[in-house]
Design a binder for this molecule. Sequence first.
Ligand code: UTP
Length: 220
Amino acid sequence: MKVGGSVLASPPNPELIRKYADLIGDLRAKGYEIAIIVGGGRLAREFIGLAHDLGLSEREQDELAISVSRLIAQVLAMKVGGYDWRDVPTTIEDAAKVLNERGIVIMGGIKPGMTTDTVAALLASEVKASIIIKATDQDGIYTKDPRKYPDAKKIDELSFDDLEGLLTESRHRAGIHQIIDPEAVKILREKRIKMIVVNGFRPENILLAINGARIGTIIC
Ligand code: UTP
C-alpha cells in the first residue's frame, strides 16, 4: 500500500493516521502481509522549498523530503506497533526483512532521485507482491487534472501503456507531483504488478479494493 503524503501529511492528520493504524491492524488480523509506504506530502514540499530558498542542491532537497516521509512513517508505525516499531527501514532489503519477520512493514523514502511510488514498486517487486493499492487525494485517475479541468472524467480501468500517455513529466525533480511516478510505472509493467488507485481520505476504500470491488482506477 502506498499512502500519499497528500492524504496523511497535508497537514499531518491524527484522525486519519488513527484510522490507517486500525485498518492495518485489521488487515494483519485477517492474515494479510502488508507493506505500507508513506509519502511526505505538503510538509515534505515545504522543506523542499526551504532547501531551495537556501540554495541547497536537488539531492539535498530530496534528502529532506525523505526525512519527512520517514517521520510520517514513524508516527504511523508507533501508532500500530508501539515504541518497538520506531525504527523505520531505510532500504528495500531491510524492509523485506521486517515484512518477513513481522508480517507488516511501514516505511517512507529510501534515496534521492525517486518518489515513494517507486519505493512501493521496488518493494512490491522484491517481495513478489501481486498488487499495490495507492491511496491518494483523488478518486482515481482522470483523463486530465480534475483540479484544473471540471470536464475531466474518471477512468475505471486502464493499461500501463495508456497510463504512460497521461503522464507529463518523465524526469525526476524534488517534490514532483504526478498521478504515478513514471519510474514506478516501468517497474510495475515489467513485473506485472497490478495497481489500484483509490481515494485515501476514506481508508475503507482500501478494504473494498482488496475485496475486489470496482473502485478507483485499476491499472494492469
Ligand atoms: P513523494 O512525492 O513520494 O510523496 O515524496 P507524497 O507527498 O506522498 O506524494 P503523493 O502524495 O503521492 O503525490 C516526496 C518527495 O520526496 C523525495 C522526492 O523529492 C519526492 O518528490 N523522495 C521521496 C526521494 O527523493 N526519494 C524517495 O525515496 C522518496
